[in-house]
Design a protein around this ligand. Sequence first.
Ligand code: SF4
Length: 358
Amino acid sequence: MNKGLYIHIPFCQRKCRYCDFFSVTDLTLAEDYIKALIRNIKAYGETFNTVYFGGGTPSLLTAGQIYDILSAANITTNAEISMECNPNSADKKYLSELRTTEVNRLSFGIQSLNDNELHALGRLHNSAEAIAAVQNAHAAGFENISADLMLATPGQTMNSLNDTIERLCQLPLTHISAYMLKIETGTPLAADEKLLQTLPDDDEEAEMYLLTVNLLKEKGFAQYEISNFAKAEHECRHNLKYWHCEEYLGIGTGAHSYLNGVRFEVPKNMEDFLKSERQQEVITDSVPGSLSERLMLALRLSEGFPISEAEEYANKLISAAAPMEKAGLLKISEDRIALTPEGFLVSNEIILRLTESI
Ligand code: SF4
């Protein structure tokens, strides 16, 4: 089966105040990093039907560099090739150049269309730049465009979130991802006590999530995963591979893979990766794909878990799920168990109870 290819681009212009992802701001390393990516992609020699450039900020690379990286990979025709973009590093000229590469899906890190909220998060763009970036991408010929939206951010209210979603939905988007802000220890945001006091409380967080699910549904974006919403036939094929427990190769510092029956990760060590002919693989799971893991991943999806996959445990699973169905947290149909939006709010607890039952 063809696999997914994840390419990690660990460069950012400046760190956002909430972010603890591995990325560096020294762009002088980019050329050597790209050479290492190309050597590594060739070393594995796999064939891919989805590619995802994540980061970091992949749009800090030139269209020529993206082209060179893609040229090193065996990619099937009709592959989905996604790239994360920051609105401030994707102007009209850049997007037109990018359209000449095989990239056919963009994912913009918009987060909010409220300038005060963007400022509190330490994002480099404002709302006008975010809107222009999506419009410019569409004008350049990109038809599959996603936006990231952040929930429960400092100063965010139900009204401001409603306004952001309303305005996002007027843009030519086919997909929206909505994530709850997590306050990560060690980030500037975690140390900003004044700003932390403006965070929505737990009840407001839950209301914000349900508002997002309902409003997006009304606007034609169906929920297909806890945090992901798409217009018909525009679910992210690459990310679906993760939840369907399919294999993918991750290349670059800190990238994760599920390849040839094992899960491994690459150390977050720039120096080692720059020298590598084949990246270091640290095995994290030598027997992946267990029933519990497949259950845990499938329950993140609105389509849910196919009970036939756990035939011998079906009765136990259904008994454990029944009280939660009564509470409106999940639905049991003839062959599937699927969480409701209310269930997604407490998904960790539900997944734990169901995995313990088998
Ligand atoms: S652009 Fe993305 S990866 Fe870079 S610092 Fe901001 S949130 Fe983190």
